[in-house]
Design a protein around this ligand. Structure first.
Ligand SMILES: Cc1ncc(C[n+]2csc(CCOP(=O)(O)OP(=O)(O)O)c2C)c(N)n1
Length: 273
């Protein structure tokens, strides 16, 4: 499908705003996870500003589409998007990781827009299956999206969920795999190789869609395709760059879980302006 150029430009601009928020938020907190937040920024921006149905003023609206951030350490991305979407005031982003703040270092369901706590990797897809089945049983008509990491995909629980979702024909469920090639301390392929990944998901009974996770048109097309699949769940395997958008963070493992210094923050913000 063709998408209007203006829509693509608008989403690209929005993703830039989100990336800037991520860097500034983590810098202010002095800790956090910028790398995997930046790599998934385009995927989650398009999801929230083009695909999901929700009411920011009514976070528990029963018909809302569900988004679950299974790789919970990337909550700076989720918080930036939720603030931009109007779930809470943007000034609150300044309180990331402070004691008593609504914006904890890993997601907590007291934060408006956060569906489920996360941070212990591997569990989110199973949570998504529960949401998917509940939606079908209650005839709510919503869809469920779960963002997982490539390092996270080494967890056995992911593959149990893969089997179960296909068994239960969860076609309202879409996993998004942020395949940035890195995990906490190295390349995913060196720690435990995942390839051939699309073949694996296909053999587990899923509909895999492989894309460039920084191409807005490819992301839009993938979400459209996932929505049209019947009788099986879909997974968007998105090839991304860890730290995307900030030159000195790209593919640098150190920025998995460290805040930029004051000078680095100034440089990053300039690049994202
Ligand atoms: C069960 C569990 N084991 C270990 C960790 C510690 N941990 C946090 S992030 C991370 C790496 C995750 O890699 P990936 O899923 O690729 O995330 P991304 O690169 O997108 O940030 C690990 C091992 C955890 N949070 N949960």
């Amino acid at each position: 499908m063709e998408y209007p150029e203006s829509q693509i430009k608008e989403l690209e601009a929005k993703a830039k705003v989100i990336r800037r928020s991520i860097v500034q938020m983590v810098a202010r907190a002095g800790s956090g996870h910028p790398g995997g937040s930046l790599s998934a920024a385009d995927l989650v921006t398009v999801l929230f500003f083009k695909v999901l149905r929700y009411k920011p003023g009514e976070p528990h609206w029963p018909q809302r589409d569900r988004f679950h951030l299974s790789k919970g350490h990337c909550c700076p991305l989720l918080y930036a998007v939720l603030a931009e979407a109007g779930f809470f005031p943007k000034e609150r982003l300044e309180s990331l990781r402070q004691l008593g703040s609504l914006l904890q270092g890993h997601p907590d369901c007291r934060t408006p827009g956060v569906e489920v706590a996360s941070g212990s990797l591997g569990q989110g897809l199973s949570v998504g299956i529960g949401m998917s089945l509940a939606g079908t049983i209650d005839r709510r008509g919503y869809r469920v999206y779960v963002l997982i990491g490539d390092g996270e995909s080494q967890e056995g629980n992911i593959w149990e969920a893969a089997m179960a979702a296909a068994h239960f024909k969860c076609d309202n469920l879409c996993a998004i795999l942020d395949f940035n090639g890195f995990q906490i301390d190295g390349k995913t392929c060196d720690v435990m190789n995942l390839e051939p990944l699309a073949d694996k998901w296909n053999s587990f009974g899923w509909h895999p869609i492989v894309i460039n996770g920084h191409s807005i048109p490819e992301i839009l097309t993938a979400y459209d395709e996932a929505q049209s699949v019947r009788g099986k769940p879909s997974i968007i395997i998105a090839h991304t760059v860890k730290g995307k958008g900030v030159s000195f963070m790209e593919n640098v493992c150190d920025f998995h879980g460290r805040a930029p210094t004051k000078e680095e923050t100034e440089r990053a913000v300039k690049e994202l302006s």
